[in-house]
Design a protein around this ligand. Structure first.
Ligand code: IPE
Ligand code: IPE
Ligand code: MG
Ligand code: MG
Length: 318
């Protein structure tokens, strides 16, 4: 992970001071670095053996960072990783360009040495992310969003990048195991890559479910993001969908009337008074259990670490 950090800072520094500053600030603000960790672990091989693995891990985290910068433009968010967002600090134009830069650096990094399947996987994820973010805008303020549609949104905007992280790690791991050549055409390795990809997608969906629970519970001092941000930007998430079924007084709530942080905090408290958060957590736990069932044979310590991450996706406060 140290090498991942080093490589990311080096990449963010290029392409003009204005962009470099915002890109560097985004990267140096930290974050959990969950996706690059998944790349390394899903490979099933010692990381020291491959420069490509580090490149893949960096590429996935850069796509994630790019998405966050753009996501904060779309959501009009003020706080990220405990700091003002790029859009809040420098406006929409710079934030859009910073996200674009991070995206392009991600693909430059991956295509410099990664396999074509790896590039395909990450570009599929970037497209899915865009589709998921658009779906969220389309559904904004709409109280009749179904649980199925909500889950599809989570899969697109979050699950598919977790899928790509595991897929990239698995592809590179298979390549190393095959002695540096392509692992293509080997049925056993293809099914291993597919199984790790499924594991990734499921924990990704669970991760978004928990993110939506944390949006209700906060507090910003732990999450680094404003509490009730989803309510304020019209995002109808699972806790709200479930709470509306449990508390009839929430059924008549017009989200457009939720305008201030205090309004949002009051609605969060009403959601928390129902069993909605517990039920949303239970859904996340189901996904985690299914993810663990999907895990293929791996070196014991890699497998154990992936299981710890899967559990940690639901047991977290930031
Ligand atoms: C935030 O992701 C965006 C979601 C998919 C919910 P993370 O919670 O992984 O963000 P960082 O990288 O740790 O800040
Ligand atoms: C995740 O959804 C969006 C991305 C995939 C970037 P959110 O909008 O809930 O993410 P946060 O809460 O802003 O990190
Ligand atoms: Mg957001
Ligand atoms: Mg969120």
């Amino acid at each position: 992970m140290y090498r991942v950090e080093e490589r990311m800072s080096a990449l963010a520094g290029a392409y003009g001071e204005a962009l470099a500053e915002a890109a560097r600030a985004t990267i140096s603000a930290g974050g959990k670095r969950l996706r690059p960790l998944l790349v390394c672990l899903a490979s099933g091989v010692p990381v020291e053996e491959s420069e490509e693995l580090i490149r893949s891990a960096v590429a996935v985290e850069l796509v994630h960072a790019a998405t966050l910068v753009h996501d904060d433009v779309l959501d009009g968010a003020s706080l990220r990783r405990g700091r003002p967002t790029v859009v809040a600090r420098s406006g929409r134009l710079l934030a859009t360009a910073t996200g674009d830069l991070l995206f392009s650096r991600a693909f430059a990094e991956l295509s410099a040495g990664g396999s074509i399947e790896a590039v395909r996987s990450l570009s599929r994820a970037a497209s899915a992310l865009a589709a998921g973010e658009l779906m969220q805008r389309e559904d904004a303020w709409n109280p009749t969003v179904t649980v199925e549609r909500y889950l599809e949104r989570c899969r697109l905007k979050t699950g598919v990048l977790f899928r790509a992280a595991c897929e990239l790690g698995a592809i590179e791991g298979e390549r190393i195991a095959a002695g540096g050549g392509s692992a293509d055409g080997n049925g056993a390795s293809a099914s291993r890559v597919a199984a790790l990809a499924e594991f990734g997608e499921r924990i990704g969906v669970a991760f978004q479910l928990l993110d939506d629970v944390l949006d209700v519970t906060g507090p910003p001092s732990r999450t680094g993001k404003p509490q009730g941000a989803d309510l304020l930007d019209g995002t109808v998430n699972l806790p709200l969908i479930l709470a509306r079924d449990l508390d009839p007084s929430l059924r008549t709530l017009d989200l457009r009337g939720v305008r201030t942080a205090d309004d949002a905090a009051a609605v969060c408290a009403r959601i928390a008074d129902t069993r909605a958060l517990e039920l949303a957590r239970a859904r996340a736990l189901e996904q985690v259990a299914a993810a663990k069932d999907a895990l293929p044979e791996l070196a014991t310590r890699h497998r154990a670490a992936l299981e710890v991450i899967a559990d940690g996706v639901v047991e977290r406060y930031s």
